[in-house]
Design a protein around this ligand. Structure first.
Ligand code: URA
Length: 276
């Protein structure tokens, strides 16, 4: 997917840097930091293996358990979600099952179901939190200001939504007032999310923000601890895939200083894709 960066991608990277305020050169000669980081990227420590696969479990107690075992008994709603999701044998069927699922009040307050956007063929799937106002109105994920920032960020490493990635959210419906989804809402829709991953068949995931990272990594740790690392998300006993946790673009809009970390994560994604 990721050939040598085209002139267009290099310009996009430059535009993003300018956008983020890096408008001054500090050295006479440019430093190619992508090359400097290649050696570090080759170190196996970047990928967190499934907790179950590590002798002695979770070293230091710091890493997220990656196996998706519900922490408590599923509610009747989640059981129904799991049954509906399991019956869906294609992405359109999954979308229809989610539209039919009426166990969440979010369905009543939302204007549209927001399912996904982009293409599945590339093998890269991004997972956000929940639709905002623009997404709810248009029925497409990440089309508002934070989505536009995300597109610019991914453009800076040569990735275009029309051909290079697929994107969805943990919740398909907008929480009123754009509030953060509750744990119960996340648990209710998680079976659909997991089925979505199975049907879209990505080879790599990017988890945008704390809600997506905590839900899919089954972690209680905050995104500032989880970000910047490749984890392993286990979908079933015999299916797992690498997942990079990173900051949500909406957070970056509120906290411009965090763009430095986001840029490091983008480079990690670029290296990971180039090594595949
Ligand atoms: N934030 C998200 O997490 N998802 C969207 O689709 C839009 C904003």
């Amino acid at each position: 997917m990721l050939e040598a960066m085209t002139q267009e991608a290099l310009l996009a990277a430059l535009r993003l840097q300018l956008d983020w305020g890096a408008d001054d050169a500090l050295e006479d000669a440019p430093i190619d930091r992508t090359v400097a980081r290649v050696a570090a990227a080759a170190a196996p420590a970047e990928v967190t293996p499934p907790a179950a696969a590590r002798p002695g479990g979770r070293p230091g107690g710091q890493e997220a358990p990656a196996v998706l075992i519900p922490s408590r008994a599923p509610t009747p709603g989640a059981t129904r979600a799991a049954a509906l999701a399991a019956q869906a044998d294609s992405l359109p069927a999954l979308r229809a099952a989610m539209a039919e699922f009426d166990a969440s009040p979010l369905r009543e307050t939302a204007t549209n179901l927001v399912f996904a956007d982009g293409v599945t063929e590339s093998g890269l799937m991004l997972v956000g939190e929940a639709p905002g106002g623009d997404e709810d109105r248009l029925g497409r994920p990440f089309v508002g200001v934070s989505g536009q920032l995300l597109d610019r960020m991914l453009g800076s490493i040569g990735l275009d939504r029309a051909k290079d990635f697929y994107i969805t959210n943990i919740l398909p419906f907008r929480p009123p007032g754009n509030r953060t989804p509750t744990d119960a809402e996340v648990a209710l829709f998680l079976p659909f999310m997991l089925r979505h991953i199975v049907l879209a068949k990505p080879r790599h995931l990017v988890l945008l923000g704390g809600v997506a990272a905590k839900a899919l990594l089954r972690s209680k740790e905050g995104i500032t601890r989880l970000r910047g690392r490749w984890h392993q998300v286990t979908i079933s006993d015999d299916q797992s895939l690498p997942a990079l946790a990173t900051l949500h673009p909406a957070y970056l809009l509120r906290n411009p200083a965090a763009k430095r970390d986001a840029w490091a994560d983008l480079l990690s994604l670029q290296r990971h894709l180039a090594s595949q």
